[in-house]
Design a protein around this ligand. Structure first.
Ligand SMILES: [Zn+2]
Length: 81
């Protein structure tokens, strides 16, 4: 087997618009895909990368039957003199 060149390092990607939760710097957050972390190049803040997509599986709660319990209409009697 021959080594065909060196593998391109997967460089950390900057996250556009990301704000560092630690120092508040904008556009200083990088995603380290190797370490699966995101970190701040301004303050060396490191955090595990949230890998789950934003959307969560919607758990469907079995709703009670759509029937409404209808309260018997009460005649409101105004006390009138
Ligand atoms: Zn920071």
């Amino acid at each position: 087997m021959s080594d065909s060149g060196t593998e391109p390092k997967s460089r950390p990607r900057f996250v556009a618009g990301a704000v560092c939760p630690s120092c508040g710097a904008v556009d200083r957050m990088v995603i380290d895909v190797n370490a699966d972390q995101r970190r701040c190049v301004a303050c060396q803040f490191v955090e595990a990368r949230p890998d789950a997509p934003a959307e969560q599986p919607v758990t469907r709660v079995t709703r009670a039957s759509a029937r409404r319990v209808e309260t018997p209409a009460e005649a409101v009697k105004l006390l009138d003199s």
